[in-house]
Design a protein around this ligand. Structure first.
Ligand SMILES: [Zn+2]
Length: 280
């Protein structure tokens, strides 16, 4: 699932290519993938992009906002980069394909495809007030300046659940998913099963620092295209941050510090990876 860094890479890409473009049409191929009246976005110029956690907003000149949530397998692909550039994995040069749910056409004829194999993702049209309401239940974004150590430590204190599961709770921390939770816990040498409220302030300091560090590192690397190959950038290319994974999807491989094989367990239903020696 795309997490904060992947959504931020997509946002930056769209910011560089969509600002000033006018939406002339939104074609809905899968009704559940678009919520609201697409006509409200018609003939509207894109004036801004923004992101909180894993949610991406495209702001229109009439003040309405198109909110994208990629969920498990959502992809945003710009047609201008794809046609004539097939990639080895599948022929993405043929769009729309069977995973295409929405097609946005701009007044200059260029297109944006919203692809989503598993159909959990969506685009929804919001007024600014309704958007604020819908995002009120989100915790603070990891890269926002209001994600302070005080806030982080306080939130960790509120739960006895395993710290790994608490990190994934979007109502506390917006943007962390399975990749970055696993890797940050490894770097901070914290066992993922540790009850959240038993994390010392010293450990919390480290954990917060590493969370921010690996998210920034991933953005610079274009995000993580993990083994499922679902995340791609809007030009159809893969990210490169999967080569920076410390423990995520490395079960059985040697720990980067002590060479002990990385272990995989299930925690809260999610694959959890850690070094039994370094993360006692
Ligand atoms: Zn180790």
């Amino acid at each position: 699932m795309p997490e904060l860094p992947e959504v931020e890479v997509v946002r930056q890409f769209l910011d560089g290519h969509l600002l000033g473009k006018t939406i002339s049409n939104i074609e809905i191929l899968t009704p559940k993938s678009f919520i609201g009246d697409p006509k409200l976005a018609q003939n509207q110029k894109i004036i801004k992009t923004s992101r909180i956690g894993k949610q991406l907003s495209i702001h229109l000149e009439n003040n309405l906002v198109l909110l994208f949530h990629l969920k498990m397998t959502g992809q945003i692909i710009l047609g201008e980069f794809i046609f004539g550039h097939p990639t080895p994995k599948e022929d993405k040069s043929i769009l729309p394909n069977k995973s295409t749910r929405l097609v946005f056409t701009f007044s200059n004829g260029s297109k944006l495809f919203f692809n989503d194999q598993r159909k959990f993702g969506w685009v929804k049209i919001f007024t600014p007030e309704n958007l604020e309401k819908s995002q009120k239940n989100l915790g603070r974004d990891i890269l926002d300046s209001n994600f302070t150590l005080k806030y982080f430590f306080q939130q960790l204190q509120t739960s006895k659940r395993p710290v790994k599961s608490v990190l994934l709770d979007q109502s506390k921390f917006a943007g962390i998913g399975n990749i970055y939770a696993n890797d940050a816990l490894f770097l901070a040498k914290i066992n993922p099963q540790t009850p959240s409220n038993q994390i010392s302030s010293e450990k919390a300091t480290k954990l917060r620092k590493f969370l921010i560090q690996i998210m920034k590192e991933s953005i610079l690397a274009g995000g993580s295209t993990a083994k499922d190959n679902k995340y791609i950038r809007p030009d159809g290319s893969s990210g490169q941050n999967q080569f920076n994974f410390r423990v995520y999807q490395r079960d059985g491989e040697p720990c980067l510090i002590c060479k002990t094989p990385i272990k995989r367990i299930k925690l809260g239903g999610r694959g959890t990876f850690y070094c039994p020696h370094c993360q006692k």
